[in-house]
Design a protein around this ligand. Sequence first.
Ligand SMILES: Cc1ncc(COP(=O)(O)O)c(C=O)c1O
Length: 510
Amino acid sequence: MAKETNKENKSRGQGNATPIADFLLKNAEDGYVSFHMPGHKGSRIYHEFGYDAFLDNMMDCDVTEIIGADNLFKAEGIIGEVAKRYAELYEARDSYLLVNGTSGGLIAAILSAVPRGGRIIMARNSHKSIFNALRLGGIRPVYAYPEMIEEYGITGEVKADEIERLIKEYPDASAVILPSPNYYGICSDIEAIAKVVHDAGKVLIVDQAHGAHLKFFDGIWDEMPKGAETCGADIVVNSTHKTLASFTQSAVLNVCSDRVSKLVLEDRLQMIESSSPSYLLMASLDINAAILSEHGTELAKRWRENLEYALQRLSSIDNLKVMKTQRLDMTKLNLDMSELGLDGGQLEEELLARGVRVELTTGNILMCMTGIGGARSDYERLADALEDISKERKACSGGKSVGSRGAGENSAAGVENSDGVSIVNRRYDGNMLSYRSLELCDIPAESEVIKLKDAAGKICAASIIPYPPGIPIACPGERLTGEIIAYIEGLIARGEKVIGVTAGEILVGS
Ligand SMILES: Cc1ncc(COP(=O)(O)O)c(C=O)c1O
């Protein structure tokens, strides 16, 4: 809630518009329930555990490296203390606080594990920051393709067999990197992957942006996949802001072995991160660690109870499927109401109309991202809204299911791009559907700007990234096809954000 502390000193007016601040204040007051990032879900959790003073004095806490404030890049004082606390919490050798999100941590990890011009084995459904690291380090990728979960048309786990095969084929690769959990919460078997990677003498980096919380369910929920720190990864990067209680953009990098030099890693971290790291972000990491140390067990139990409550209510809603897969992070609720004729995007609109905001939709799937700060009332509102949608849709259709569109059918059927090509099925995790067919060439040294519609056959020079989920549909070095261009045009026609396309133009090799 906004507070007006100095009513005498109001100079705000029409000519002094503050569109970002105004938006945020309105958003904070509009009463929506959040099933999206960040994981703290607002100030409630800080108030609950007595951090009111920090919230009240935030502006005055925004300092720089004053005496006694330590230094992020030589953390020997208060920042070092918090880093140590994280190392204890995750049972890691060393931890590093990050102020450029997991994105910065992944880039630094790759640049410290792979020499310039070297090779890395990486999941093709990796986050854009990993592709950016390749560009920065002149690193050559080899793609490990995740499995496809056909029923839902989304990407699943990366298999240890696939990694083993690629290591044999590319023995010069220095490291392996993959996301686990992926955006939908599907984890890979990190223990098995760590074994094949280490048997070959290579480094395993796990992008655990979506799984910072997994460790805290140890001993509380046996069905939950274990954190990558426990499963033998060398470097694990966690977006504590996505599911735990630190502020957006803060994250934690855990080092679990001595396969990568600390000195090199620290050098790469200072290369990537701001030289003016935000003390507010670091303080939120501090508070998050304190909450976890003192109340982690109680909060994980509460979270589990809330999820079980939601799952139980959701299981009695007609025509609602809740995705279940092997090694699924149960804090992600992947919902499918396609039997009622709603794809993920349409279900999102229905929920929004009932005051519920979600994280992601892909095809028929709508993903609700829960977090440590969620309250029982949030889960009640989600279940109420879904019950209401189900009843309303059935009433409209005279009590019958409206008809299921399989994951392979096109919700945008009939929509065509400028060349009359049918838009590629949005129901699929299109990033997976199409990119498998792209030929991988050398990353172009020089680039030119051309129209997207004219780019078939050209080599992509800058990643093209639908957001969310932020996974590139085309990466530097990949030869663009008519199919992929139609897919991108389809996304843009539907009003989705696609980074790398500006005014219908993209960068290709010249
Ligand atoms: C799989 C994955 N990895 C990494 C990141 C980057 O995390 P951050 O936002 O903390 O930089 C994201 C962000 O959404 C992500 O989805």
